[in-house]
Design a protein. Structure first.
Length: 269
Protein backbone atom coordinates (compact mmCIF):
# COMPACT_ATOMS: atom_id res chain seq x y z
CA UNK A 1 0.00 0.00 0.00
CA UNK A 2 1.20 3.48 -0.89
CA UNK A 3 -0.25 6.84 -1.85
CA UNK A 4 -0.75 7.22 -5.60
CA UNK A 5 -2.38 10.64 -5.43
CA UNK A 6 -2.00 13.45 -2.90
CA UNK A 7 -4.22 16.53 -2.76
CA UNK A 8 -3.06 19.76 -1.13
CA UNK A 9 -5.31 22.67 -0.22
CA UNK A 10 -3.69 25.90 -1.43
CA UNK A 11 -4.19 29.29 0.18
CA UNK A 12 -1.40 31.32 -1.45
CA UNK A 13 1.27 30.06 0.92
CA UNK A 14 4.20 28.14 -0.62
CA UNK A 15 5.29 26.21 2.48
CA UNK A 16 2.48 23.66 2.51
CA UNK A 17 2.78 23.16 -1.26
CA UNK A 18 6.51 22.48 -0.85
CA UNK A 19 5.83 19.91 1.85
CA UNK A 20 3.16 18.22 -0.29
CA UNK A 21 5.33 18.26 -3.41
CA UNK A 22 8.24 16.70 -1.54
CA UNK A 23 5.96 13.94 -0.24
CA UNK A 24 4.59 13.36 -3.75
CA UNK A 25 8.14 12.96 -5.02
CA UNK A 26 9.01 10.51 -2.25
CA UNK A 27 5.86 8.46 -2.80
CA UNK A 28 6.15 8.81 -6.61
CA UNK A 29 2.60 10.15 -6.53
CA UNK A 30 0.57 12.66 -8.50
CA UNK A 31 -0.09 15.92 -6.66
CA UNK A 32 -3.39 17.72 -7.08
CA UNK A 33 -3.55 21.33 -5.95
CA UNK A 34 -6.99 22.54 -4.94
CA UNK A 35 -8.51 25.85 -3.89
CA UNK A 36 -11.97 27.29 -3.47
CA UNK A 37 -13.39 30.54 -2.22
CA UNK A 38 -16.99 31.65 -2.00
CA UNK A 39 -18.09 35.24 -2.56
CA UNK A 40 -19.11 37.02 0.63
CA UNK A 41 -22.74 38.18 0.79
CA UNK A 42 -22.99 41.84 -0.21
CA UNK A 43 -26.01 43.78 1.09
CA UNK A 44 -26.78 47.45 1.53
CA UNK A 45 -29.51 49.54 3.14
CA UNK A 46 -32.22 48.65 5.61
CA UNK A 47 -33.94 46.31 3.17
CA UNK A 48 -30.67 44.40 2.62
CA UNK A 49 -30.81 44.87 -1.14
CA UNK A 50 -27.92 43.37 -3.07
CA UNK A 51 -25.45 45.91 -4.46
CA UNK A 52 -24.66 44.58 -7.95
CA UNK A 53 -21.41 46.54 -8.29
CA UNK A 54 -20.08 45.32 -4.96
CA UNK A 55 -21.12 41.76 -5.80
CA UNK A 56 -19.27 41.96 -9.11
CA UNK A 57 -16.21 43.29 -7.29
CA UNK A 58 -16.40 40.44 -4.78
CA UNK A 59 -16.65 37.84 -7.56
CA UNK A 60 -13.65 39.40 -9.32
CA UNK A 61 -11.67 39.18 -6.10
CA UNK A 62 -12.50 35.49 -5.76
CA UNK A 63 -11.36 34.82 -9.33
CA UNK A 64 -8.12 36.73 -8.77
CA UNK A 65 -7.42 34.74 -5.62
CA UNK A 66 -7.99 31.40 -7.35
CA UNK A 67 -5.86 32.40 -10.36
CA UNK A 68 -3.02 33.47 -8.10
CA UNK A 69 -3.29 30.29 -6.03
CA UNK A 70 -3.06 28.18 -9.18
CA UNK A 71 -0.05 30.05 -10.49
CA UNK A 72 1.72 29.76 -7.16
CA UNK A 73 0.99 26.04 -6.93
CA UNK A 74 2.32 25.30 -10.40
CA UNK A 75 5.42 27.43 -9.83
CA UNK A 76 6.40 25.63 -6.62
CA UNK A 77 5.45 22.13 -7.78
CA UNK A 78 7.50 22.55 -10.97
CA UNK A 79 10.66 22.47 -8.87
CA UNK A 80 10.03 18.86 -7.83
CA UNK A 81 9.64 17.09 -11.16
CA UNK A 82 6.30 15.52 -10.28
CA UNK A 83 3.01 15.06 -12.12
CA UNK A 84 0.49 17.71 -11.04
CA UNK A 85 -3.10 18.75 -11.56
CA UNK A 86 -4.95 21.91 -10.55
CA UNK A 87 -8.59 22.24 -9.48
CA UNK A 88 -10.40 25.36 -8.29
CA UNK A 89 -13.91 26.74 -8.05
CA UNK A 90 -15.86 29.74 -6.67
CA UNK A 91 -17.38 27.57 -3.96
CA UNK A 92 -17.27 26.96 -0.23
CA UNK A 93 -13.87 25.37 0.51
CA UNK A 94 -15.29 22.63 2.74
CA UNK A 95 -17.83 21.50 0.15
CA UNK A 96 -15.45 21.63 -2.81
CA UNK A 97 -12.55 19.79 -1.18
CA UNK A 98 -14.82 17.06 0.20
CA UNK A 99 -16.32 16.62 -3.28
CA UNK A 100 -12.98 16.51 -5.09
CA UNK A 101 -11.31 14.43 -2.39
CA UNK A 102 -12.63 11.32 -4.10
CA UNK A 103 -9.62 11.61 -6.44
CA UNK A 104 -6.93 11.38 -3.76
CA UNK A 105 -5.48 8.88 -1.30
CA UNK A 106 -4.43 11.61 1.14
CA UNK A 107 -5.58 15.19 1.73
CA UNK A 108 -3.07 17.77 2.98
CA UNK A 109 -4.48 20.87 4.64
CA UNK A 110 -3.63 23.66 7.05
CA UNK A 111 -4.82 24.08 10.65
CA UNK A 112 -8.35 24.71 11.79
CA UNK A 113 -10.04 27.92 10.66
CA UNK A 114 -13.44 29.50 11.24
CA UNK A 115 -13.58 31.55 8.02
CA UNK A 116 -16.30 29.59 6.22
CA UNK A 117 -16.24 31.56 2.96
CA UNK A 118 -12.46 31.90 2.79
CA UNK A 119 -10.76 28.93 4.43
CA UNK A 120 -11.10 25.21 4.94
CA UNK A 121 -12.46 24.09 8.31
CA UNK A 122 -10.32 21.12 9.32
CA UNK A 123 -12.82 19.57 11.71
CA UNK A 124 -15.53 19.42 9.08
CA UNK A 125 -13.18 17.89 6.54
CA UNK A 126 -12.06 15.15 8.94
CA UNK A 127 -15.65 14.05 9.38
CA UNK A 128 -16.77 14.19 5.77
CA UNK A 129 -13.83 13.52 3.45
CA UNK A 130 -13.70 9.73 3.74
CA UNK A 131 -9.93 10.04 3.31
CA UNK A 132 -6.99 10.36 5.71
CA UNK A 133 -6.14 14.01 6.31
CA UNK A 134 -2.66 15.36 7.03
CA UNK A 135 -2.96 18.62 8.99
CA UNK A 136 0.13 20.80 8.63
CA UNK A 137 0.79 23.75 10.99
CA UNK A 138 1.38 26.99 9.11
CA UNK A 139 5.02 27.32 10.15
CA UNK A 140 6.06 23.86 8.85
CA UNK A 141 7.50 23.56 5.32
CA UNK A 142 8.89 20.00 5.38
CA UNK A 143 8.09 16.60 6.86
CA UNK A 144 11.05 14.27 7.29
CA UNK A 145 8.96 11.45 8.86
CA UNK A 146 11.82 10.34 11.09
CA UNK A 147 9.98 9.67 14.35
CA UNK A 148 6.23 8.95 14.39
CA UNK A 149 3.90 8.71 17.37
CA UNK A 150 0.77 6.61 16.87
CA UNK A 151 -1.89 7.59 19.41
CA UNK A 152 -3.58 4.23 19.89
CA UNK A 153 -7.05 3.66 21.27
CA UNK A 154 -8.97 0.48 20.52
CA UNK A 155 -11.56 2.17 18.31
CA UNK A 156 -12.61 2.02 14.68
CA UNK A 157 -11.06 5.44 14.03
CA UNK A 158 -7.66 4.44 15.43
CA UNK A 159 -7.63 1.24 13.39
CA UNK A 160 -8.35 3.16 10.22
CA UNK A 161 -5.73 5.78 11.05
CA UNK A 162 -3.07 3.12 11.61
CA UNK A 163 -3.77 1.44 8.28
CA UNK A 164 -4.02 4.77 6.44
CA UNK A 165 -0.63 5.77 7.87
CA UNK A 166 1.27 2.67 6.68
CA UNK A 167 3.10 4.51 3.86
CA UNK A 168 4.40 7.05 6.39
CA UNK A 169 5.31 4.38 8.93
CA UNK A 170 7.43 2.60 6.32
CA UNK A 171 9.47 5.79 5.89
CA UNK A 172 10.02 6.33 9.62
CA UNK A 173 13.21 5.61 11.51
CA UNK A 174 11.18 4.89 14.63
CA UNK A 175 7.50 4.36 15.42
CA UNK A 176 6.07 4.73 18.91
CA UNK A 177 2.76 3.03 19.67
CA UNK A 178 1.28 4.98 22.56
CA UNK A 179 -1.84 4.30 24.58
CA UNK A 180 -2.91 6.71 27.31
CA UNK A 181 -4.45 4.51 30.01
CA UNK A 182 -6.43 5.39 33.09
CA UNK A 183 -4.93 4.53 36.47
CA UNK A 184 -5.31 0.81 37.12
CA UNK A 185 -5.94 -0.03 33.46
CA UNK A 186 -2.34 -0.03 32.30
CA UNK A 187 -2.06 -3.84 32.20
CA UNK A 188 -5.04 -4.07 29.84
CA UNK A 189 -3.31 -1.79 27.36
CA UNK A 190 -0.21 -3.96 26.98
CA UNK A 191 -1.75 -6.85 24.99
CA UNK A 192 -3.54 -4.38 22.71
CA UNK A 193 -0.29 -2.67 21.84
CA UNK A 194 1.42 -6.05 21.33
CA UNK A 195 -1.28 -6.97 18.80
CA UNK A 196 -0.80 -3.70 16.95
CA UNK A 197 2.96 -4.18 16.96
CA UNK A 198 2.56 -7.63 15.41
CA UNK A 199 0.20 -6.17 12.80
CA UNK A 200 2.86 -3.63 11.83
CA UNK A 201 5.59 -6.28 11.77
CA UNK A 202 3.57 -8.26 9.22
CA UNK A 203 3.66 -5.12 7.10
CA UNK A 204 7.46 -5.10 7.46
CA UNK A 205 7.48 -2.23 9.96
CA UNK A 206 9.66 -3.50 12.79
CA UNK A 207 11.27 -0.38 14.28
CA UNK A 208 8.38 -0.10 16.74
CA UNK A 209 8.36 0.69 20.46
CA UNK A 210 5.26 0.34 22.65
CA UNK A 211 4.47 2.74 25.47
CA UNK A 212 1.63 2.92 27.98
CA UNK A 213 1.35 6.41 29.42
CA UNK A 214 -0.63 7.53 32.48
CA UNK A 215 -3.76 9.52 31.78
CA UNK A 216 -4.18 13.19 32.64
CA UNK A 217 -7.25 15.45 32.61
CA UNK A 218 -6.28 16.53 29.07
CA UNK A 219 -5.02 13.41 27.28
CA UNK A 220 -3.61 15.47 24.42
CA UNK A 221 -1.10 16.97 26.86
CA UNK A 222 0.34 13.48 27.40
CA UNK A 223 0.65 12.84 23.67
CA UNK A 224 2.14 16.23 22.84
CA UNK A 225 4.69 16.02 25.65
CA UNK A 226 5.71 12.51 24.61
CA UNK A 227 5.98 13.58 20.96
CA UNK A 228 8.26 16.44 21.98
CA UNK A 229 10.43 14.15 24.10
CA UNK A 230 10.88 11.77 21.17
CA UNK A 231 11.49 14.57 18.63
CA UNK A 232 8.52 13.28 16.67
CA UNK A 233 7.56 15.08 13.49
CA UNK A 234 4.27 13.25 12.92
CA UNK A 235 1.38 12.16 15.15
CA UNK A 236 -1.12 9.59 13.84
CA UNK A 237 -4.56 9.51 15.47
CA UNK A 238 -8.15 8.52 14.94
CA UNK A 239 -10.42 11.55 14.61
CA UNK A 240 -13.59 12.14 16.64
CA UNK A 241 -14.09 8.82 18.35
CA UNK A 242 -16.93 10.54 20.20
CA UNK A 243 -19.33 13.05 18.68
CA UNK A 244 -17.75 16.21 17.40
CA UNK A 245 -20.28 18.28 19.34
CA UNK A 246 -19.16 16.58 22.53
CA UNK A 247 -15.55 17.42 21.73
CA UNK A 248 -16.34 21.09 21.20
CA UNK A 249 -18.30 21.30 24.45
CA UNK A 250 -16.12 19.20 26.73
CA UNK A 251 -12.83 19.08 24.88
CA UNK A 252 -11.22 16.07 23.24
CA UNK A 253 -7.98 14.78 21.76
CA UNK A 254 -8.89 15.64 18.17
CA UNK A 255 -9.83 19.19 19.03
CA UNK A 256 -6.73 19.72 21.17
CA UNK A 257 -4.40 18.34 18.50
CA UNK A 258 -6.01 20.49 15.81
CA UNK A 259 -5.67 23.59 17.95
CA UNK A 260 -2.31 23.03 19.60
CA UNK A 261 -0.08 20.48 17.89
CA UNK A 262 3.23 22.00 16.75
CA UNK A 263 3.88 19.00 14.48
CA UNK A 264 1.95 17.47 11.59
CA UNK A 265 -0.96 15.19 12.46
CA UNK A 266 -2.44 12.46 10.31
CA UNK A 267 -6.13 11.86 11.13
CA UNK A 268 -8.67 9.30 9.94
CA UNK A 269 -12.34 9.10 10.85
Amino acid sequence: MSYATLMVHVENEPSRVRLAADLARRFQATLIGIAARASMPVVTGEDAAVDAALLQQEDAGVKAFLDKAGEGFRSVAAEYGITVEWRSAPDFPDDFVVQEGRSADLLIIGPRSKAAYRSLEAGSLLLNAGRPVLVVPNEIASLAVRHVVVAWKDTRESRRALRDALPFLRLAESVFLVEVAAWGAEANAVPRLKDVGRFLARHHITNVAERVLPDEPIAADVLLRFAQEQSADLIVAGAYGHSRLGEWIFGGVTRELLDRSPVCCLFSH
